[in-house]
Design a protein around this ligand. Sequence first.
Ligand code: ATP
Length: 897
Amino acid sequence: MAQNKWFNMQTDQVQSELDTNVNTGLRKEQVEQKQQKYGKNELPEPEKDPKWLKFLRQFNDTLIYVLIAAAVLTVILGHYADTVVILMVIIINAIIGYFQENKAEKALEGIKKMLSLESTVIRDGKHSEIASSDLVPGDIVLLSPGDKIPADLRLTATSRLTIEESSLTGESTSVEKNTETLPEDTVLGDRLNMAFSGTAVVSGSGQGIVVSTGTNTEIGKINQSIAEVEELKTPLLKQTAHFGKMISITIVSVAALLFVYAAFFFDYPIGELLLYVISLTVSAIPEGLPAILSIILSLGMQVMARNNAIMRNLPSVETLGAVTVICSDKTGTLTKNEMTVQSIELSNRHLDVTGTGYAPEGKILKNNQEVNIAEDKVLQMFLSNVLTINDAYLRKDNSGEWTISGEPTEGCLVTLAEKANQEIDRLPILSKIPFDSSYKYMAGLVEKDGKKIIYVKGAPDRLFDMADLVEGSEERKLWEDKMLARSSNGERIIGAAYKYVADDKMQIDHEDICEGLNIIGLAGILDPPREEAIEAVKVCKKAGIQVKMITGDHKATALAIAKQMGITEQDNVLEGRELDQMSEEEMQNAVRNVDVFARTSPENKLQLVTAMQENDEITAMTGDGVNDAPALKRADIGVAMGVKGTEVAKEASEMVLVDDNFNTIVNAVKEGRRVYDNLKKTILFILPTNGAEAFLIVSALIVGMNMPLSPIQVLYVNMVTAVTVSFALAFEKLEPGAMERPPRPSNAKLLSPYYIFRIILVSLLVGGAIMTMNVTLLGDPAHYTQEQVTTITLHSIVIAQVFHVFNVRNERHFAFNKDFFSNKIAFMLAGVLIVLQLMVTYIPFLRNVFDLYPIEAQYWIYPFVIGLMTFIIIEIEKYITRKISAKATFNKENKQE
Ligand code: ATP
């Protein structure tokens, strides 16, 4: 089949060759047969790295190099038990890292599946939406703007269809397609009657027959997969990796210095000294940290997906928490997209329309009296215009509810026409200009009473210009007043106009209607705000996140809705054409001071997002059309609409909203903040374990004491706390008040000065307390042996961390608050950790491995006292910090006033 030159055949021939029909498509049995024959319309998965390579890559880390070096040293020293444990830690780490990476990849793949492509096809004579992977040669596919071409198609009908083929030809300007048969030697880039898999519809519409699928398509042949490898490393993970490197260098240098120092001042045998140094090195390395951080991120991603926000990559999960501005479309995101025509304005009268929703139940009234349409030619023409220049259809669904297929703006006009007390003409369209938000109207050539006429419906201010209504003229003022009267209470206005043309006119273009239109009337459409979006705007305000409305609608409509929703209190609105005139600097000022942008074009969106980024804002921006793609790509978080968004918009975005709802974006930002806070808390929790151990070992070495913990014991402590209690922090709820503080600065350092202070404080507290205990207990050799003290030391660090996790769960506020019991997993994991401690102490085999002593029950008092003391001191410290920072904020606010 692949050798057929479909572009060189007449469409009839293509149909007979593939046994199909452009009007009715394939029959069910044909589809089944062809699916058996051709298989799925899919490209093979991109070649993945082999598993062993992925596993080996886990060892490529400075911290692991240091551990390997330590293992080699223990071999030289003959401490094979240490070698085994260090190697085990290295391997366990690699295994955790490997599985974690796999899991993250799987999660991403799952998410990609949720976003799988759909196509509109004709099968068995009916239009239906099917998964693109189920397409077979012979299927008839319909194309509209923003669609990704799902397979190679021979086009059978086109209407101003332009396609961007850069993924195949490298050429980024879009190509206008047609259906004419081409000579046999036409090269790929010139095959204008074909649409190729993987390319995208920019504008217009079309229809084509699937001629090849999967690997037989042109893109399949050049074996270029469209699936890209997603970035798994987030900025925070990169910072952690860098931090790990710094730690390794510091530790190795400190260890070397200490080695020299101790060799010089004390008479430690070299072997023992080396073991010290190894202990120090392995103690200071936060082995489990990187794995835990990526687990927290991918769990966050899954939570977001469950809440209707599908993140397309891991780094964005983190960026979300730092979002400072959300730029949202109005229609359907902030509003319900449930449209009802409320009023009609004709040149000399105002009419009201009753009824709500799409049900064609209601009346058209003038002064509360039903209008007799038969006697009102202008109203007839108005209704016929908005019904004709319309792609929507009204139908009753299975449950008897009235619904529409097509755009709500158009659907409500169909309902309006149905409310007339006589049949309204829906005329056949001879040539059409489809609606596009860049020019904001739609037009069609029709024949009425033997005359050719162009009907136009669209944004009224556009139509006024095209009707030659001079600014300031009386007629223009009359229409503008009518428009403003309706739009200033939030109604969305659609105007209808007409123009007679020569009888031989067969095709229309923009030039045909750029002047000489006659306005018939306006329809005022109500699209109420989503209640939950009003709440979400309030949440944003409190959280220091600005909300900007960027809409194609009229300025007065936009402002009225923005005010109803609490987006703005001022009357400042900027229009797209004003933005077009602005310099970069003016634009940067504008985005600081204005919240509502009306009559914007997709290019304006790109300008706005660029200006915001120049003001150092982290911007989330919504979009749905093909033309929105550049702005979505540019935004820090591009947000595509899952329902009404095009495939191209989805591909350009970081987030896809399953329900097109503004509230979902805000919930995702909330989740982003929770994830980031928990990442930070995990770091705040884990590092003091390393700090305390390092402190203990260094101070023991300096004062010339026996080694408090062996390398094996240190590694045990690090691993066991990492895989248990620190994991609990992944499940911590968002702290109360976390949505009442401003977003974190995007360039915030991994460790703030306060964090460094807290880590050092806890390290010194735990390390210092244990050191004091060691000195005291070892000073009483009659009651305490070195083995007992070592065992108590190990437990003290672990138990102190169990207490400490409850300090860290809430970064600054009191640990015992109403959420204390909310994280059940924290308690469960603390329980698991204590059981592990009992096991390594009292099960002889494990005890021997870790060189521990089965201490008498009363000795457990030391670890608990040290843990409790640390807990209480940190709570006091948090209290003092709270007071100081409250005072600082208070002073700052007073100064500003
Ligand atoms: P938002 O960007 O907030 O989603 P929007 O989708 O309403 O706004 P556009 O679709 O660009 O923005 O619509 C702009 C204007 O174009 C509307 O105010 C309306 O007057 C007109 N309009 C919208 N849809 C149609 C349509 N299908 N046919 C004719 N005119 C339309």
